[in-house]
Design a protein around this ligand. Structure first.
Ligand code: ADP
Ligand code: MG
Length: 387
């Protein structure tokens, strides 16, 4: 890959002298969905697929961007004087947002750059290609300008840029999982405190398989904001009777005791998911520590049911992928991952069942939904790196 991207960089920008190649992973969340803005736990891992980049510092203020994933857009030019989000900037709003965010945090970027990207994560599918681009850009800026920031800071700066520059109301999970990724480990992260712990994933004779529904999120963004505000209201209602800062502070028992104070059935279901999913995530990590992959899988399945019935963020595409997966012998667990309404599912599948899984789930999905899903057998990889 390094050679291909350096060669393309030279074709696009004249030569590749002084240019360096980088990589930042994508991520998948194994369990703990829609808990990250509810003060709960998440359990994501970085992947060996992600975003490759080649960058070179310039002597002027120009920013020149090219993505091999958006070839038809050609080179998109801008400058350090023009760090304002715009429709015309298209995908370059992501790297520009990070350059802007460094400036906001007192680390001014003083010269321009040429940047080429080539990602092998599907865009807009919930594997966080946007956070991958952000962390990659932050990593490059630190390398170029020697900014005194940790990988965790790169995650926070990435999230800040996505929230403020790109106006996407995301939690910290994506950027954190990417910036802090560690080979063969998932990250057990408390989103309320940013305390985290690496948990080794030893799936003997099994792999993580991602199925991409190829359904674009569509209405997803507005529904996402709706869920966030439903949870905020439910939290405010619960706070009248119990002293908590977030829904993540509640265990199942306490929730059951006080849930009647929540005035709508819908909000009660949303809050229930946030509380139970957080507890499930804690249990799931415990199960892994005890080498109980079977229990881990059952908790993944329960997570999907809760996201389908209580949080209502799945939809026919994700439900079909998961329900078909559950029918296949050798599937340890399967659930939707990411924000929902489209995007991907994550499954743990025994090695000998992977081919059948892809064939059977793929066929049933195409028959029912009318177009094909894509499957990725993935490995857990490291965080951002210089190639
Ligand atoms: P997700 O993060 O789930 O993949 P988003 O909609 O948040 O989905 O982010 C996808 C957007 O991120 C793309 O539309 C594009 O603007 C940007 N992006 C991601 N990967 C690349 C890439 N390799 N090259 C250029 N832009 C990219
Ligand atoms: Mg994203």
């Amino acid at each position: 890959m390094k050679e291909t991207i350096l060669k393309t960089f030279a074709e696009v920008f004249g030569d590749a002298e002084g240019a360096k190649a980088y990589f930042a992973p994508g991520r998948v969340n194994l369990i703990g969905e829609h808990t990250d803005y509810n003060g709960g736990h998440v359990f994501p891992c970085a992947l060996t697929i992600g975003t490759y980049g080649v960058a070179r510092k310039r002597n002027d203020n120009k920013l020149r961007f090219y993505s091999m994933n958006f070839e038809h857009l050609g080179v998109i030019e801008s400058s350090l004087e023009d760090l304002v989000p715009s429709k015309e900037a298209n995908w370059t709003n992501y790297p520009k947002g990070v350059i802007w965010a460094f400036g906001e945090k007192g680390m001014k970027v003083t010269s321009g750059m040429d940047l080429l990207l080539n990602g092998n994560i599907p865009n807009g599918s919930g594997l966080s290609s946007s956070a991958s681009v952000e962390v990659l850009t932050g990593y490059i800026l630190r390398d170029f300008f020697g900014f005194d920031v940790t990988n965790q800071d790169l995650a926070l700066i990435g999230q800040f840029s996505e929230n403020k520059y790109n106006k996407v109301n995301c939690g910290i999970m994506d950027q954190f999982a990417i910036a802090m990724g560690k080979k063969e480990n998932a990250i057990f992260l408390d989103t309320a405190t940013l305390e985290y712990e690496y948990a080794p994933i030893h799936l003997e004779n099994a792999k993580i398989v991602i199925a991409c529904s190829n359904k674009k999120r569509g209405l997803g963004d507005s529904k996402y904001n709706e869920r966030r505000s439903e949870c905020e209201t439910a939290l405010a209602e619960l706070q009248q009777v119990v002293k908590i800062k977030t829904l993540g502070d509640l265990d199942e028992e306490t929730f059951e005791k006080f849930k009647a104070i929540i005035k709508s059935d819908v909000r009660r279901k949303r809050a229930k998911h946030a509380v139970y999913e957080n507890q499930r995530t804690i249990l799931a990590v415990e199960a892994l520590k005890n080498n109980d992959v079977k229990l881990f899988g059952e908790l993944m399945n329960a997570s999907h049911v809760s996201l389908r019935d209580d949080y209502e963020v799945t939809g026919i595409e994700l439900d079909t992928l998961v329900e078909e997966a559950w029918k296949v012998d050798g599937v340890i667990g399967s659930r939707m991952t990411g924000a929902g309404f489209g995007g991907c599912t994550v499954s743990i599948v025994k090695d000998e069942a992977i081919d059948t899984f892809i064939e059977q789930v793929g066929k049933a999905y195409k028959e029912k939904i009318g177009y094909a899903a894509d499957f990725y057998v993935v490995e857990i990889g490291d965080g951002p790196q210089t190639l």
